[in-house]
Design a protein around this ligand. Structure first.
Ligand SMILES: Nc1ncnc2c1ncn2[C@@H]1O[C@H](COP(=O)(O)OP(=O)(O)OP(=O)(O)O)[C@@H](O)[C@H]1O
Ligand SMILES: [Mg+2]
Length: 358
C-alpha cells in the first residue's frame, strides 16, 4: 500500500480555475473522502491523482515516488469514474477480469477472484451478460468490481454509488467499508453526499471552489466546522447561525437582545471583539426547547421517524430544532429556546471563519 501526497496542485481549464493550491497528505491504507458541492473540483483532483490530467503547478507523490509526469498505467491505481466506461463487447466476467489478465494472473485465480468480488457486489448472476443488457446501477457495480478485483495500492472512486437506489446504496456503503478494511488500498473517494462522506471517511477533505477548506475526521468536521460553509454543508438540516454581538462591558453574547454567557473556550477571542458583531452557530440537535431566554413560534413540525424537526421563528431568525419523535410541539405554539454554551460555535462575522478555541 502507499501514501499519497498532493503538493500545491493547481489546475485551470481556460478561465475556470478548477483546483487551487490543493495540498493533502493521505496516509498509507487510509480512506479519504473528497466532499463538496457540484463543480468544486472533486473530479479534477481525482483525475490529477490518476494522471488523467496534468497539473499546471504542484506535484503528486504516491508511495514516496514523484508520479506527476507518469502516465496512469504506471501509477498502480484502480479507478471507478463518474462516467464508468465498460468494454461493451465483453461480457461482465471479462470486464471484471480484465485487470487481472493484464497483470498475468492465472485463469483459475482470475475466476476465483472475479467470483468473490461479484458475490460481494451482488452481480454474480450477471457475469454472462453484456454491459448493454444491464441497468445503470448494475453497470456501476461492475465498474466497482473491476477496480476492486486487482487490489491496487491506490483506489480512486468518483461517486461510485450514485446510480443505486437508496437501499442498495446503504448496503454497498457498508460493504465498501468492510472491503476497505480487508483489502487496505489507500482510497480516495469522491462524493457530494455528506452522509456517505461521514460514514466512509477516516478523514474528509471538504472542497469549495477548488480549495480544501477543512481536512479532518468526520467527527471533528461535524463538531468544529472551520467556517460557515462547512457548518452548512454538513448536517441535515445544517447548522443554525445567529447574527449576534459581543457585549462591550462583559464580553457576553447578545443574540436578539438576549444575553448569553460567554463560552469559556472562546474567552480570549471574545475579549478582542467586545462591542463588535459575531456569528453564532449551533447544531439543530443542540438547541433545547422548553426553558430558555429566546422566544419563538413553531412554524412547522416534521416527524422524520427517529426524530422530529421543528422550524421555529424567533424575532430575527428561523431556527431548526431537532427533538425526540414524541415531542408534543405543534405549529402555532410558542416555545422558549436555549442555546447551551458548550455547543456554541463562534465565527467571525465578516470572514465567517471559526474563531480560535482555547
Ligand atoms: N475538461 C474541462 N474543461 C473545462 N472545464 C472543466 C473541465 N473539467 C472540469 N471543468 C470545470 O472545472 C470545475 C471543476 O469541475 P469538476 O468536474 O472537478 O467538479 P466536481 O466537484 O467533480 O463536480 P460534480 O460534483 O458536479 O461532479 C467546474 O467548473 C467544471 O466546469
Ligand atoms: Mg465530479
Amino acid at each position: 500500500m502507499a501514501e499519497i501526497r498532493l503538493e500545491g496542485l493547481h489546475k485551470r481549464f481556460g478561465r475556470v480555475v478548477a483546483v487551487r493550491d490543493v495540498s493533502l497528505e493521505i496516509r498509507e491504507g487510509e480512506f479519504v473522502v473528497l466532499l463538496g458541492p457540484s463543480g468544486c473540483g472533486k473530479t479534477t483532483v481525482l483525475r490529477l491523482v490518476a494522471g488523467l490530467e496534468t497539473p499546471d503547478r504542484g506535484r503528486v507523490w504516491i508511495g514516496g515516488r514523484d508520479v506527476t509526469r507518469l502516465p496512469p498505467g504506471r501509477r498502480d491505481l484502480g479507478m471507478v469514474f463518474q462516467s464508468y466506461a465498460l468494454f461493451p463487447h465483453m461480457r461482465v466476467f471479462d470486464n471484471v477480469a480484465f485487470g487481472l489478465r493484464m497483470r498475468g494472473v492465472g485463469v483459475a485465480e482470475q475466476r476465483r477472484r472475479v467470483e468473490e468480488v461479484a458475490e460481494l457486489l451482488q452481480i454474480a448472476d450477471l457475469l454472462d451478460r453484456y454491459p448493454a443488457q444491464l441497468s445503470g446501477g448494475q453497470r456501476q457495480r461492475v465498474a466497482v468490481a473491476r477496480a476492486l478485483v486487482v487490489r491496487p495500492q491506490v483506489l480512486l472512486m468518483d461517486e461510485p454509488l450514485s446510480n443505486l437506489d437508496a437501499l442498495l446504496r446503504l448496503h454497498m456503503r457498508a460493504e465498501l467499508k468492510r472491503l476497505h478494511r480487508e483489502v487496505g488500498s489507500t482510497t480516495v473517494y469522491v462524493t457530494h453526499d455528506q452522509v456517505e462522506a461521514m460514514s466512509l471517511g477516516d478523514r474528509v477533505a471538504v472542497l469549495r471552489e477548488g480549495q480544501v477548506v477543512q481536512f479532518d475526521t468526520p467527527t471533528q468536521i461535524y463538531d468544529h466546522p472551520s467556517d460557515r460553509f462547512v457548518g452548512s454543508f454538513l448536517g441535515n438540516p445544517p447548522m443554525n447561525f445567529f447574527q449576534a454581538t459581543v457585549d462591550p462591558e462583559d464580553g457576553s453574547l447578545r443574540v436578539e437582545g438576549v444575553k448569553f454567557p460567554a463560552p469559556v473556550a472562546y474567552a480570549q477571542a471574545l475579549a478582542e471583539r467586545r462591542g463588535g458583531p459575531i456569528l453564532v452557530g449551533i447544531r439543530p440537535e443542540h438547541v433545547s426547547v422548553g426553558t430558555g431566554p429566546l422566544r419563538g413560534e413553531v412554524l412547522v413540525a416534521e416527524p422524520l421517524g427517529a426524530q422530529k424537526l421543528l422550524t421555529v421563528r424567533t424575532a430575527q431568525h428561523l431556527v431548526k430544532v431537532a427533538v425526540g419523535p414524541d415531542h408534543a410541539a405543534r405549529p402555532g405554539e410558542h416555545v422558549a429556546l436555549d442555546l447551551p454554551e458548550a455547543h456554541l460555535r463562534l465565527m467571525d462575522a465578516q470572514t465567517e471563519r471559526a474563531l480560535p478555541r482555547r
